[in-house]
Design a protein around this ligand. Structure first.
Ligand SMILES: Cc1ncc(COP(=O)(O)O)c(C=O)c1O
Length: 404
């Protein structure tokens, strides 16, 4: 077989469908968030990033960067091993304690990413619990889907956020079978929020465990940044809360928080936890500093919410359509793959604004969008510049305006 010819023909398919991903080559500027230097064939350019998942700018917060530097000075660069074989550093232990406390759980377990935490935990539960049925929301993240598939247990997909459909599917299942309902709080592309209480009520009625991915909520919701479940006083009703250290906490890594027995079970049986090098201690130290800060300070959260409201109100004033939702994610709807990519390119090249276009298969065709994520550090001038640029491009593309 001509392997390279095969690879190229598969890539040609992506190009033809307009799905080939081009990465922006950026260097984030420390202390100057949300600015970055963009590298191109023609040189460099300063840009303002409008699509970062460093939602609160904590990746640039001096408390976090100083904690990481200190940990490097104390411990060096890498962890030096898997958690079992020499790689457990004291910062990992501190971080797991901090996370268990954040979510009001007995225990927590960290992984190298949120993706791996979902994949390893759901896969291990599916594989090890005899007869487990996992009820998975139709819009769950790829890492949950892959984990559930990997577990090779029975899986039932319920319509997104549809309690009636979930209940019908729970009722149709074998009453004696162990069950787990897997869902997210904030869905990352539409920014909608699931009915956590009602899902927990159904779980109680049908004796199911609950698994909540709070990746797009931890740090940002709840008085201590414990997520939407904390804000709604529901953390105790969830069997497992999963989160990331890579978005609002500004670093990298993933975790679950749950009972001591459950965390010990995953720690002891999940290959994606056992057979991989532990997180660098500096990442764990940075995450501890970030979580501690966001537990005791509302400044970033309040400023974030205010900036989101400001972006939405300026978009409304110009009639730029954006999907209404109760979260911090502002999907500006274009509804055409080519125009979405063109607008993103012109924003970057002519206006120094970086927003990655979101096209199929990440979102359904005809719902192509610019997923805008305001942060506390975007200024009024940044917001006016963004909305002014969109206003011009909307006219140039003859895109429909929203009616007030
Ligand atoms: C809902 C959801 N869960 C999990 C992940 C994976 O988290 P991480 O980026 O830490 O791997 C993502 C990533 O974007 C996500 O959107």
């Amino acid at each position: 077989m001509d392997f390279d010819a095969f690879f190229k023909s598969e890539l040609d398919g992506l190009h033809e469908e307009g799905r080939y991903r081009v990465f922006a080559d950026l260097e984030r500027q420390r202390g100057n968030f949300p600015r970055a230097t963009r590298y191109t064939e023609n040189g460099t350019q300063d840009v303002t990033v409008w699509c970062s998942n460093d939602y609160l700018g904590m990746g640039q917060n001096p408390l976090v960067t100083e904690a990481m530097k200190t940990a490097i000075d104390n411990c060096g660069a890498g962890a030096g091993g898997t958690r079992n074989i020499s790689g457990t550093n004291h910062y990992h232990v501190l971080l797991e304690n901090e996370l268990a406390d954040l979510h009001g759980k007995e225990s927590a377990l960290i992984f190298t990413s949120g993706y791996i935490s979902n994949w390893a935990t759901l896969g291990t539960l599916g594989h090890k619990i005899p007869g487990l049925i996992i009820f998975s929301d139709a819009l769950n993240h790829a890492s949950m889907i892959e984990g559930i598939k990997h577990g090779k247990c029975e899986r039932v997909i319920w319509k997104h956020n549809d309690l009636k459909d979930l209940e019908a599917k729970l009722a149709a299942a074998d009453p004696k079978a162990p069950k787990l309902i897997a869902f997210e709080s904030v869905y990352s592309m539409d920014g909608d929020i699931s009915p956590i209480k009602e899902i927990c009520d159904l779980a109680d009625r049908y004796g199911a465990m609950t698994y909540l991915d709070e990746v797009h909520a931890v740090g940002m919701y709840g008085p201590r940044g414990g997520g939407v479940a904390e804000r709604e006083g529901l953390m105790h009703r969830l069997t497992i809360i999963e989160g990331t250290l890579g978005k609002a906490f500004g670093v990298m890594g993933g975790y679950i928080a749950a009972s001591a027995a459950l965390c010990d079970f995953i720690r002891s049986f999940a290959s994606g936890f056992i057979f991989t090098t532990a997180l660098p201690p500096a990442l764990a130290a940075g995450a501890v500093a970030s979580i501690r800060h966001l537990k005791s300070n509302q400044i970033e959260r309040f400023a974030h919410q205010e900036r989101v409201r400001r972006v939405r109100s300026l978009l409304d004033a110009r009639g730029i359509p954006h999907m209404p939702n109760p979260s911090h994610i502002v999907p500006v709807m274009v509804g055409d793959a080519a125009k979405c990519k063109w607008i993103s390119d012109i924003l970057l090249d002519n206006f120094n604004i970086y927003v990655q276009p979101i096209n199929y298969p990440t979102v359904p065709k005809k719902t192509e969008r610019l997923r805008i994520t305001p942060t506390p550090l975007h200024t009024d001038a940044d917001i006016e510049h963004l909305v002014g640029a969109l206003h011009q491009l909307w006219s140039r593309c003859a895109l429909a305006r929203a009616v007030a």
